[in-house]
Design a protein around this ligand. Structure first.
Ligand code: NAD
Ligand code: UD1
Length: 335
């Protein structure tokens, strides 16, 4: 019995691979390396040691390639799929909408078609808090209205809708839609973490590069939001906690739960300046910053209510902001 992880060499996928292997599971990863590196495979093997490394197969290829998927499903006893593969940069999605619709939507429909052919009905999907758009109040609950403001977000909305439709057509599917808040941090080993190409768009990778001196200064986008210090507030969650959420979701599917939607966040909001302060504590005050205008499309505050995931799956985030910054800093120095 194997679990297929699409995009399993990426940031969240690689941490989830470690958690699943250490839980004694067999996994198959398919990744086209468009935003990752084959060396991540060796790093996962190093973390989990020989005892579990033998339970992992890696296929380099594209999820839209149905022939390849069919080969994977016929050669392995796949019982569930965790679908991470996708493009994820909001700004880029505005410039290249077709690439986003093609990659994110078509990879999902290819996967679902091949799953159907092989009678595999257990599916975990990487959705995002971005589907809440500008939420009416905080914290955000799963039953809040959804809507997207950019092509990336719309791909997540469409895929959620596709999954709902599939479930309506066949109630024997078990589907977990996981809406991630802001994953940061890295594995305790310092071997895997978030490593975007070029200049990072997201806050933590940018802060980490300023701390190592690879970038000069952080621009804090906006100091006039309606928050305690005027800077944007987000629900940052440690990537290892998030990875463990996938194990909990897979266990939930094993109970034949039908279609479920869960927020994966901590329920706590931190401002950009909180992050700078916490990072400076672990790196020795190297993060210089300046205030800059608001980034178009940004919201002031976003944090989850994650009680449903705790009540129904027994999952909750355990790690604090200091650990998120410490592990990020360790990974950054280890690269
Ligand atoms: P990532 O870019 O690090 O990982 C995605 C992986 O998928 C990469 O390794 C990439 O090479 C691979 N990939 C992309 N398209 C593919 C295709 N067509 N076929 C095969 N492989 C393909 O991203 P991540 O941060 O690990 O995010 C994983 C998922 O979680 C994505 O769907 C993303 O939209 C979603 N998500 C991420 C965040 C975040 O902040 N990181 C927040 C919310 C949701
Ligand atoms: C962004 C995406 C979101 C996606 C998430 C994870 C946008 C508008 N939203 O969320 O859809 O799911 O990434 O990939 O892009 N900040 C700075 N300076 C920087 C970078 C960020 O001040 O150089 C601030 C932002 O204004 C924000 C906070 O840091 O207040 C977090 O930003 P970021 O890490 O990009 O995440 P989100 O915008 O929450």
């Amino acid at each position: 019995m194997s679990i297929l992880l699409t995009g399993g060499l990426g940031y969240i996928g690689s941490h989830t691979a470690v958690e699943l292997l250490e839980d004694g599971r067999e996994i198959v990863i398919i990744d086209n390396l468009s935003n990752s590196n084959i060396e991540v495979k060796d790093k996962i093997e190093k973390i989990v040691t020989d005892k579990y490394a033998k339970n992992m197969k890696v296929v380099v290829g594209d999820v839209r390639d149905e022939k390849l998927l069919e080969q994977i499903f016929s050669e392995n006893d796949i019982t569930a799929v965790v679908h991470f593969a996708g493009l994820k940069a909001v700004g880029e999605s505005v410039e290249k909408p077709l690439e986003y619709y093609d990659n994110n939507i078509n990879s999902t429909t290819s996967l679902l078609k091949v799953m159907k052919k092989f009678g595999v009905k257990n599916f975990v999907f990487s959705s995002s808090a971005t589907v809440y758009g500008r939420a009416k109040s905080m914290p955000i609950y799963e039953d809040f209205e959804i809507g997207a403001t950019n092509p990336y977000g719309r791909t997540k909305l469409f895929i959620e809708q596709i999954l709902q439709d599939i479930y309506v057509s066949d109630k024997t599917y078990n589907i977990a839609i996981l809406r991630y808040f802001n994953p940061i941090g890295a594995h305790d080993s310092g071997l895997i973490g978030e490593d975007p190409n070029g200049i990072p768009n997201n806050l933590l990778p940018y802060v980490a590069k300023v701390a190592t001196g690879k970038l000069e200064v952080l621009s804090v986008f906006g100091d006039d939001y309606d928050t305690k210090d005027g800077t944007g507030v987000r629900d940052y969650i440690h990537v290892v906690d998030l990875a463990k959420g996938h194990l909990s979701a897979l266990k939930k599917l094993e109970e034949n739960c039908g279609l479920k939607i869960y927020n994966l966040g901590t329920g706590v909001g931190y401002s950009v300046l909180d992050i700078v302060e916490a990072y400076n504590k672990v790196c020795g005050g190297k993060v210089k910053y300046k205030f800059a205008p608001r980034r178009p499309g940004d919201i002031d505050v976003c944090y989850a209510n994650a009680d449903k995931a705790f009540k129904e799956m027994g999952w909750k985030a355990e790690r604090d902001l200091e650990n998120m910054c410490m592990t990020s800093w360790k990974f950054e120095n280890n690269k």
